[in-house]
Design a protein around this ligand. Structure first.
Ligand code: PEP
Length: 255
């Protein structure tokens, strides 16, 4: 059975003090959630203090990125060991903002995935097409390249310890959401790619989140789709009530 995983990506929002406050609100609001894995990804600076807030709760700690090397001359970067020490469970890798603004490639995504997994953390691997790519009919080739790149060298067992976030770039932070059908079709295609790489059993066990302007108003419809197993949430994760407004239908629909 696949887990529904709903993660809040706070991006470059919230000071440390604000992060602690929001994390406390999420912990209180999510205390009754049993069927959904709930995670929050604050800024690196707030991870340690938020880890204290999450201790003993059912909310998992996520980081927004990582470097693939253990240590060294990589100014501004954070290693997987550093995240592990703080108690991070999930690491978002290959977010479209990383790909667009900071030179993330499928190769660096793959390196980060392997590093994170080697320390027992779970990567949330972000993939998705731009509007131009979709309009040019390149949706499937883009997703194929991204999935093949991210999973290069990973065994079936490794693949089982991953989460994918399908995030159409044109829907991220724009208020425009993929329709339920558009999202389901892309998710089914991605699951088919995983089946091609690892077989149907593994493919059916990997959670594939949807991301892109997901909010309480559209969450139930998206989460009800056969191949959508949660969400990666940006803007709507910045308030506990709207974030939990997405978690609640996931809990109710739990597959
Ligand atoms: C994201 O950043 O991964 C995201 C989905 O953002 P938003 O929900 O704001 O579109």
């Amino acid at each position: 059975m696949r887990k529904i995983v709903i993660a809040g990506n706070w991006k470059m929002n919230k000071t440390v003090a604000e992060s602690v406050t929001l994390a406390s609100e999420v912990v209180a609001a999510a205390s009754g959630i049993r069927n959904v894995v709930v995670a929050i990804a604050p800024t690196y600076l707030a991870l340690a203090k938020v880890a204290d807030v999450l201790a003993g709760s059912n909310v998992k700690l996520a980081a927004q990125d990582v470097h693939w090397e253990n240590q060294g001359a990589f100014t501004g970067k954070v290693s997987a060991d550093m995240l592990k020490e703080i108690g991070v469970d999930y690491v978002i890798i290959g977010h479209s903002e990383q790909r667009t603004y900071f030179g993330e490639t499928d190769e660096t995504v793959n390196r980060k995935v392997r590093k994170v997994q080697s320390l027992g953390m779970t990567p949330i691997i972000c993939i998705g097409e731009t509007l131009a790519e979709r309009r040019e009919g390149r949706l499937e080739s883009v997703l194929t390249t991204q999935v093949n790149g991210a999973y290069a060298g990973l065994s079936g067992d490794d693949a089982l310890r991953t989460v994918i976030a399908y995030e159409p770039v044109w829907a991220i932070g724009t208020g425009v959401t993929a329709t339920d059908d558009e999202a389901q079709q892309a998710h089914a295609f991605v699951r088919g790619l995983l089946a091609g790489l690892y077989g149907e059993d593994v493919a059916q066990s990997i959670s594939i989140q949807y991301g892109g302007s997901m909010k309480p108003e559209n969450a139930a419809g998206l989460l009800a789709q056969k191949d959508i197993d949660g969400g990666l949430i940006g803007g709507a994760a910045l308030k506990a009530d709207s974030f939990l407004g997405i978690v609640a239908p996931g809990e109710a629909l739990s597959k």
